[in-house]
Ligand binder design. Structure first.
Ligand SMILES: [Zn+2]
Length: 134
């Protein structure tokens, strides 16, 4: 079971809201299936329907995490208008088969949703996530 502290879920939702009407993008770090760190990234292709993590920022972050003995556990982005299902583009551009892909859907009328999948060989596999109070 994947584990995410509630405070990090709230930070992801806040990030997604601040970036409206565009998508947000970020990384969650930790070890194994347990998330302990939140790292918002700059969306270098800011648009309501796409995202691209700033490549240099991402390289720097991945190196910092490695040096600190931490792993990239999850990658997240938002769907400002859509549902929380991975899009065709999300499936095609998922380069980390071990990472949990989280999508924050903003929905309508302030309704929030969060989905969690592994994406392997272009297919999304739904994952269970426990939200912890730690
Ligand atoms: Zn997407």
């Amino acid at each position: 079971m994947w584990q995410i502290p509630r405070v990090i879920v709230n930070r992801m939702f806040g990030h997604a809201q601040r970036m409206l009407p565009n998508e947000c993008v970020g990384v969650l770090s930790g070890t194994g299936h347990t998330i302990t760190g939140w790292h918002p990234l700059t969306n270098a292709d800011a648009d309501p329907s796409r995202f691209l993590a700033d490549p240099q920022e991402q390289i720097t972050l991945f190196k910092q995490l490695r040096d600190a003995g931490q792993q990239v556990v999850a990658l997240y982005h938002s769907h400002p208008d859509g549902d929380a299902e991975p899009s065709e583009k999300d499936l095609a551009e998922a380069y980390y088969p071990e990472a949990l892909y989280l999508i924050v859907a903003m929905g309508t009328e302030g309704c929030l949703d969060l989905s969690a999948h592994l994406i392997q060989d272009g297919k999304a596999i739904a994952q269970k996530v426990a939200i912890t109070e730690a």
